[in-house]
Write a protein that binds this ligand. Sequence first.
Ligand code: AMP
Ligand code: GLY
Length: 440
Amino acid sequence: MRVLVIGGGAREHAICKAVVESGGELYSFMKNANPGIKRLARDYMLHDERDAEKVLEYALNKKIELAIIGPEAPEEAGVTNTLQEGGVMVASPTKEAAEIETNKEFMRKLMEKYIIKGSVKCRVFTDVNEAKEFIEMLGGDVAVKPLGLTGGKGVKVAGDHFNRVEEAVEYAKEIIEKGIGGYKKVLIEEKVVGEEFTLQAFCDGSTIYPMPAVQDHKRLLPDDKGPNTGGMGSYSHKSGLLPFMTADDYEEAATILQKIIEALKKEGRKYKGVIYGQFMLTADGPKVIEINARFGDPEAMNVLPILETNFIDICLAMVEEKLSRIKIRFANKSTVCKYVVPKGYGIKPEAGKEIKVDEKAIKENGGLLFYASVNEENGKIYTTTSRSLAVVGIADEIDEAEQICERCLRYVEWDIFIRHDVGKRELIEKRIKHMEMIRG
Ligand code: AMP
Ligand code: GLY
């Protein structure tokens, strides 16, 4: 089958690998030349991924049968809709269904309307004085958010990014006035406390199949310090749960995703593709922090390499609304993924620096390598201002997977930064203790 993957990051490299390993003939449409994808693909086009007409033109030209969209921006731009109108099957949501990610007000109102458990106290404002009253009512313990897409960097949270009500109000004002995230509105949410986790699921419009839970690390520096990033690394456990999570917590999160899918269907926005729930596990169960209309990055790299079912079959089952008819299996393995980013990433990244990657040694040491935002020139790899590449270790236990990952990371050198604490026992134990404390 001729499959087109849209997007050129490490998540898309993992999707492309799954497509090729499932027997697909791979084509790629990406804005940057991802060296890993380039090597896997029969053909590729370098262009703005949000240009729906260009994507369709390329897909028709290459006689593409199935398309998969990695990032959210092309979904928001209606690439799924345009491809479908052109007769191409797409295993990703339409623009209307993807609004669950691209408009946080829509997500919160949908949960409210259908009385879906797991939401938080929140309100949307266009008037900063009204926002101020609400922030004060919550005692300043809030998250201040733009409604639309900001590449994961637009949210500010009390205690992390500000300490006083005035600072929260100031940021709310800035979001409204500048229209950050594409809307002249701000979302104020109560701050919830707990441990964060990601639950991704395949969906066919009516049913979902949840994947192993993953924990991402959004903060730049060890011990969860520094600014928020796109994600510095992530891990999963062979049980499908996380070390601080019970089977009931997992089920509750899966039920929330299932209810969201049902609500979207009732709203005439049938959701087909991978859905991503970012949850905070609190004393009161999982609370929704955000819903994304795609695989997570890095979380795709934790789940796709251990998927034992043919990935293209799953994509077709999502499109054809037959998910309940196929058997989906993941290997009972733990995974650890660490991102390599340019020095200064998240603050003042050093682009254009060469990084040395010994692909052969990484393979020999049992790791998987996924390229992200790098340039390849004459066989050499150069950084951009975004994340460069990710290395994944897979083993029975998280400890072993972490060690494989670290062993492989020795073969990536020069002006780079890595959050080495991701997947380390010390940090995981801290998370378990934190959750025990929260649960009393
Ligand atoms: P987001 O861009 O929505 O993923 O938010 C970035 C980070 O802010 C999340 O990973 C959380 O750690 C934090 N955050 C967002 N919303 C809340 C909330 N309501 N309560 C506590 N933390 C939050
Ligand atoms: N890992 C965060 C995201 O994909 O949005």
